[in-house]
Design a protein around this ligand. Structure first.
Ligand SMILES: C=C(O[C@H]1C=CC=C(C(=O)O)[C@@H]1O)C(=O)O
Length: 486
């Protein structure tokens, strides 16, 4: 978490560890091996004072699934690694397919926890592609829907830490073998934490600062952008649709050696009210710091939001306030924002018993940009499946268009790249029916050879290409800075 420095790791072997003398765990294990339906199991134990990002950094394994999520203002951080099971799907039915696969896996899973805690138990970590399928080879490591049950998860919830180990039971012959495995995993975490203290005493290898700035990137891309935005406003004037979100992709050869965990460390410090995320699979890393929540859910309560309409931050407090007021009054930004509210509410109707939003947008201030922001709170119907709700909301007009069915066919033609997982739902679900999905914006994809950065903005009837260009530059800044590209 932001207030726990990377170097300040400590870890205690407490009374509730998988100690051979722990009666409850032994009883659970022997029952587990008599349960003919059980195929997976998870084991949660408390930990003291550990920064999940520090642990992930220390045991980073390029060849394995790795995950990180942190929203400092919510005091929640999740680090995870390894893969017990991977669920994937594609096409328009991918949300439903993953939802069903998760339910089936949960029915076959058993859970032990040394403490009753909402974050104990198995987690499903992953996300979805923007479109039903992915046509660009740079996203080869990411399926259109991809969720992993990690081997280990460390969760920091406020000041409380929990570690969970998940296993596939067929890999263990006896309860004793599994018990030994848990002891070994626990000891390995302890040892790694000791090693980390040494590692943190060493100098971090310097990363090569790049001589690439946003003004260099401008070149021919600016002319292309102007013509794309003009085409979009022409299509709006011809009544094809009301709004479309056009994005840019910048691809740069990778010459820096900044570890992804360091990028995340810088993002979580600078963007405390954002969800900083990292998904590493098959050697590629998709990461970012998203200000936009697509949905978070706890039981039947579902929180989502409209986030659209942007302006830069001021140099002084008064300039900043004036800019915020200007944004709140801007007709162009209001219309951009209102399409998002209207569409989210329309899409929630089939799933919600009721929903509420404040009548006027608030201003959400990030380090370099401020947005119009309207939180929306809904109570879902008993039978609503949250991943299907997420699938219905995606893409909101904050990243897609309005009406989406009319704008969608033009997006491919206007943007000259496939979005992959950019602007898609990224997040987690746990065994208690809690979860959160951010919209994967302010993000980048790191492959072995290249870094790809994405940023888009909402185009409405009176959008101006030059202003929108500057807005995308502001939105690119967090990732470019975190990777030393500015
Ligand atoms: C599409 C992006 O931002 C969206 C979220 C907030 C504000 C936006 C805007 O003002 O255009 C965009 O709708 C992006 O950052 O890539």
């Amino acid at each position: 978490m932001a207030n726990v420095p990377l170097s300040n790791i400590d870890f205690y072997h407490k009374h509730d560890t998988p100690d051979p003398q722990t009666g409850n765990l032994r009883a659970f294990l022997s029952q587990l091996f008599q349960d003919s339906e059980a195929q997976y199991a998870s084991f949660s134990f408390t930990l003291d004072a550990i920064d999940p990002l520090a642990y992930l950094e220390m045991c980073w394994n390029q060849d394995q699934f790795q995950f990180y999520w942190e929203k400092p203002t919510d005091e929640l951080a999740i680090a995870a690694g390894g893969s017990v099971k991977h669920l994937s799907a594609e096409g328009s039915g991918r949300f439903n397919a993953v939802s069903k696969a998760i339910q089936t896996t949960q029915q076959l899973s058993r859970e032990y926890s040394s403490v009753p805690h909402p974050y104990s138990g198995m987690m499903f970590l992953g996300g979805f592609s923007f479109f039903n399928n992915i046509s660009d080879g740079v996203w080869n490591d990411f399926d259109p829907a991809s969720f992993t049950i990690p081997e280990w998860t460390i969760i920091q919830d406020g000041k409380f830490n929990l570690v969970t180990f998940s296993v596939e039971l067929s890999l263990f012959e006896t309860a004793r073998d599994l018990h030994q495995h848990l002891i070994d995993r626990f000891d390995a975490i302890r040892k790694s934490c000791r090693m980390d203290k040494k590692l943190n005493g060493q100098e971090t290898p310097p990363s090569f600062t790049q001589d690439i700035s946003l003004s260099d990137i401008k070149n021919g891309e600016y002319e292309q952008w102007t013509s794309t935005v003009t085409k979009a406003t022409d299509l709006i004037a011809d009544n094809n649709f009301d709004k479309i979100v056009i994005a840019r992709k910048i691809s740069i050869p990778r010459r820096d050696n900044t570890p992804p965990t360091q990028v995340l460390n810088s993002l979580r410090k600078r963007y405390q009210n954002c969800s900083s995320f990292l998904l590493h699979q098959g050697g590629s890393t998709f990461l970012g710091s998203s200000p936009e929540r697509l949905g978070s859910f706890r039981s039947r309560l579902f929180l989502t939001e409209a986030l659209a309409g942007s302006i830069h931050r001021g140099q002084t407090e008064s300039e900043d306030t004036q800019l915020g007021q200007h944004l709140a009054k801007s007709k162009k930004d209001q219309s951009e924002h209102n399409f998002v509210i209207k569409d989210i509410e329309e899409r929630l109707i089939p799933f919600a018993i009721d929903f509420y939003r404040s009548p006027k947008p608030e201003i959400k201030k990030l380090t370099n940009v401020q947005h119009l922001y309207t939180p929306i709170r809904a109570h879902l119907e008993e039978e609503a499946e949250v991943l299907n709700v997420i699938g219905q909301l995606h893409p909101t007009p904050a990243v897609g268009g309005y009406p989406w069915k009319d704008a969608a066919p033009y997006l491919d033609e206007l943007e000259n790249f496939n979005r992959g997982w950019y602007a898609s739902p990224i997040g987690w679900i746990n065994s208690k029916g809690m979860g959160e999905f951010a919209v994967g914006i302010r993000s980048g994809l790191l492959t072995q050879k290249e870094a790809h950065f994405f940023a888009g903005c909402g185009i409405v009837a009176d959008s101006n290409p030059a202003h929108e260009w500057e807005e995308t530059n502001l939105k690119l800044k967090p990732m470019l800075s975190a990777l030393h590209y500015d």
